[in-house]
Write a protein that binds this ligand. Structure first.
Ligand code: FEO
Length: 394
């Protein structure tokens, strides 16, 4: 637990979880993660902006008391987003400090009970644009739905220009220092990209809507709930979010993913990589058995062509490819992108299943999808050549 002044009267209260290995039990955390909360201290009241996971309750309470003296000054707990990584501790805080009211969006107020059983008389539901006066400081609430749940909102501190954005602009990685100009920014931007690809990318349209909404606002600080606080590189993180949310990938970048049980399909993948480079693509290649899909999704943000080369496994699609396809579908990753498929098999062609999954994910899939024998015969080689003709046309 550590705290730091963000601007006069605004404090960062951070829980760093350096032991957690998987965020959402899905996404690797090589360097842990931070859960940032903030205390905004007005003349009449203190508001906390989001809180902490349940397992960090006491650390969090200590952190708040370190900056505001004691909890009796805290009148409001703003819940920008209800997910338990930010509010697992909240029911215990509300139980222990019965004077605190929860401030949250109307949408959140409709399902907060299902997560935390907050009594209705403790909830102050705010509409888009509503404000809350703390005495000399005023918070404004800006709805930003689907970043990354339906109820999410930003909180903006007028005058100081601090945008508390919760998950939006967040990054994996625990923090020693907090500001973008104090940390290894390139590392955290790489982790912000992976966080975006894993957590936020499904809602790209909503990201663009939110960016449009805050355009023209005076933003001096972006204070997300994970990762560093931006004060020197605000334009950069806003522009990266716009870029990641807009499916306009570089037409010359290809991502080649393959699975290979005995090295034979890998050899086909190597031939494909060479061919793509001959055509003029820059190619990033990943073995799905060695690289977690978290990283593959992040790389795919920049690629126009996804090339999938994989073996059949027990009459179906190679499991790690299957898993990647499920994620691509659930996250709508194919919009504005093209895919190509080569399946290697001994007795069960499965490319149709992969084509269907890619199409459901929004990709335009090039024809023909190739079902080759493990040692490709003339028919398969002709089919691959036809596929590369289609790639050349891109
Ligand atoms: Fe950091 Fe969607 O919770």
């Amino acid at each position: 637990m550590s705290s730091k002044t963000v601007v006069d009267g605004v404090y960062w209260i951070s829980v760093n979880d350096r032991n957690k290995k998987l965020f959402e039990a899905l996404w690797p955390l090589p360097n842990g993660i931070s859960y940032n909360s903030y205390a905004v201290v007005g003349n009449d009241a203190v508001a906390l902006i989001d809180a902490a996971p349940e397992e960090f309750l006491q650390d969090y309470i200590n952190g708040v008391e370190e900056v505001v003296g004691d909890f009796s000054k805290v009148k409001y707990l703003v819940m920008n987003h209800l997910e338990p990584d930010h509010h697992g501790a909240t029911p215990y805080i509300l139980q222990k400090f019965s004077h605190i009211k929860v401030v949250t969006s109307v949408s959140a107020s409709r399902f907060i009970h299902s997560l935390y059983k907050v009594p209705a008389d403790r909830i102050f539901a705010v509409k888009d644009g509503d404000t809350l006066d703390l005495g000399g400081r005023r918070l404004r609430f800006i709805y930003a739905p689907w970043l990354h749940w339906p109820e999410t909102m930003f909180t903006y501190l007028e005058g100081s220009g601090v945008l508390f954005s919760c998950d939006a602009f967040g990054a994996y990685g625990a923090l020693e220092n907090v500001f973008d100009d104090e940390v290894d920014l390139e590392y955290y931007l790489t982790e912000a990209k992976r966080y975006y690809a894993n957590i936020v990318a499904k809602y790209g349209k909503n990201v663009l809507d939110a960016l449009e909404k805050v355009k023209g606002m005076e933003i001096k600080i972006i204070a997300p709930s994970h990762g560093p606080i931006y004060r020197s590189n605000i334009g950069r993180i806003l522009e990266l979010y716009r870029k990641w949310a807009t499916p306009e990938p570089d037409k010359h970048r290809a991502l080649l993913v393959y699975g290979s049980m005995y090295g034979r399909t890998k050899r086909i993948a190597e031939l494909v990589a060479g061919k793509l480079r001959e055509i003029g693509f820059s190619v990033n290649t990943f073995d799905v058995s060695e690289t977690h899909p978290s990283y593959i999704l992040a790389e795919l943000l920049d690629a126009y062509l996804l090339f999938v080369v994989y073996p059949t496994y027990e009459g179906g699609v190679f499991p790690y490819i299957h898993n990647l396809l499920n994620l691509l579908q659930s996250k709508d990753f194919g919009k504005g992108r093209v895919a190509a498929v080569i399946n290697a098999h001994a007795w069960a062609p499965t490319s149709r299943q992969v084509v269907d999954a890619l199409q459901k994910a929004g990709f335009r899939v090039l024809e023909p999808a190739v079902d080759a024998k493990a040692l490709p015969d003339e028919k398969a080689i002709a089919s691959m050549e036809k596929l590369f003709e289609a790639v050349k046309e891109l």
